[in-house]
Design a protein around this ligand. Sequence first.
Ligand code: PGA
Length: 260
Amino acid sequence: MEVIVHQSYEEMSRAAAQAVAEVLNAKPNAILGMATGSTPLGVYQELVRMHQRGELDFSQVTTFNLDEYVGLPTNHPQSYHFFMHENFFKHVNIPPQNVHIPSGTTSNYRAFCDWYEKRITECGGIDVQILGIGSDGHIAFNEPASSLSSRTRLKTLARQTIEDNARFFESRDQVPVYAITMGVGTILQARQILLLANGAKKAEAVAAAVEGPVTSMITASALQMHPDATVYVDEPAASMLKMREYYDWIQQHKPAAPKV
Ligand code: PGA
């Protein structure tokens, strides 16, 4: 894993957006894996800015979102469908038929999950996956004890996640208890992964994911097994990393490193 510590949330977001832009410049019909939550908002804003300046074209892009709450209709303000439309899709030129977000209202979850997995494969697999991390170390809604080879499925949210996400709802009782989520195994198949974290509340999860043992108790730790995962963090989120000095040393020496 490459760990890059940034001075601010804005700088972190710009760097991750730049990485996505590089993928798109090399492959205009790339498959993007999208995440929701407060963390990737800055990346989406930066990608929208690049698009508005005419630097980035999304007309051939296909997207797959990580997860969705069960039971929320797509027009519910807290649904991830709504979030993605408001914060990203309505500002860029991705053809609507190329957008995939798990359904939180299907009548057959098992069939939907199988279809979602099949659709990712049919499209050629995810080129770059954006990820946040939960304070319990989850990626997407793969809560502690999720199999590290899990696929898209229905998942019961952990109490911690419900509490963390209650800030977006009027009350804690309104946070759905179930979600549909890509599995850890699904995520690990993305060719490139960008994990983002900001704020001190994420420091423990980040340290466990990057420097702790690979364990289903911290599903983000499975990214240690991925050949191309980069961790973008701000200073507070990096504050519990033991090898911080080495990560900075690597970045410092990167420009002069032999080209591979
Ligand atoms: P957040 O959520 O970006 O809103 O902190 C991250 C996550 O739960 O994956």
